[in-house]
Design a protein around this ligand. Sequence first.
Ligand SMILES: [Zn+2]
Length: 430
Amino acid sequence: MAGCGKMVITAAWVAPMDAPIIRQGAVVVADGRIVAVGPARRLLADHGHGACRQDLPEAILLPGLVNPHTHLELSTCTCGDSAPGSFAEWLLSIRQRMREGSQSVADPEQSVRRAVELGIQQCLRFGVTTVGDISQQMHVTRPVLRDSPIRAVSFGEVLGLARLRWRFDELLPRAVDRSMQSSRLRIGLTPHAPYTVDLPGYRQCLRVARRRRLPLATHLAETAEEQQFIEHHSGPLRELWEQIGSWVEPVETFRGGTPVAMAQVIGLLEYPTLLAHVNYCEQSDLELLSRGQASVVYCPRTHRYFGHPPHRWREMLARGINLAVGTDSCASSPDLNIVDDLRLLQQIAPQTPSQALWQLATVRAARALGMHDSIGSLTIGKHADMVAFPVARSDGEDPLGAILRDHRMPTGIWIEGKVPVVAQSRAPGG
Ligand SMILES: [Zn+2]
């Protein structure tokens, strides 16, 4: 919308996500923000004079999609249809692949940069305008995110216990360094998981997040073995530590039950923490989650990849827990197409209203990132981050359901009212 002070976009449908969908709707954008949403006829009468206009007669306009849990630096990884072995074996194989990858190229940082760029390109192609990105190589990934058009929370990842506890201490100040923060890039913190961060480490992260008002995330209850590890330091996750030669006592155990109970005791549920996965969830955990402020991000295709038992996402929604959907990384998901994750949910639960599914990757995902005041719905005052999908007359009254059923791809994307343009760095060796 170069040269446009104000822009009116009309569409066959507008789906604000925090209100019912509008047939023959429009969105008015000025200075990168939404200034009006409603029926096209009225908005053109009120705002049409002197404004630029774009008509999308065969599209539905939605808020830009939000993928609250991914690891862009793993975007050059590929995965098969299902995990080749146990979760611990998969973790080791990723570690190994990252090591080999960094040893085999002349400039390892350039290959990380390239992975993040490819990840961002995928996001934009699939209609994602905001990501919650977990990053170990934040000194490399954050400059790429800052210079890209995508909106992001960069969760700096900290991990290291037992013999590797020094690593946690080394990573923490880097993770919360805000020097790369910009209007579209927010800095967050993520203690990796209960099998890589000890209890004092978690408490320290929560203290730092509270003090600096940082978005906080962690992987939680991702595998069945996690509880065995936190309670007794036994099982496959302990063996993994032995295998890499880094186990040493003492490490504090948690004897109070499940990983969710552990999160509650630490205080993570009294903070708007983003809990990735929660694939293993007892009845008592649902109770704890429903009383807290944390969000759960379920990654359907990654969940299927590891063959976990059915996720309790519908019970979480019914209990008022903020449940959102994410993709996780390309090391456990075929790609970063979050709409395919919604498609999987449509197959699992075909009776779920289409809008409720799309909310998992818009309003609810924005809330999981603590950004619900500025993105996630087509609402006056929010950023004009939007995506358009094709619709057909035969869709009837449920175009949102038809997009999922027919595997349609986005036909338009805007961030702050502008079509994002991705600058590319030189390919390694090229
Ligand atoms: Zn993850």
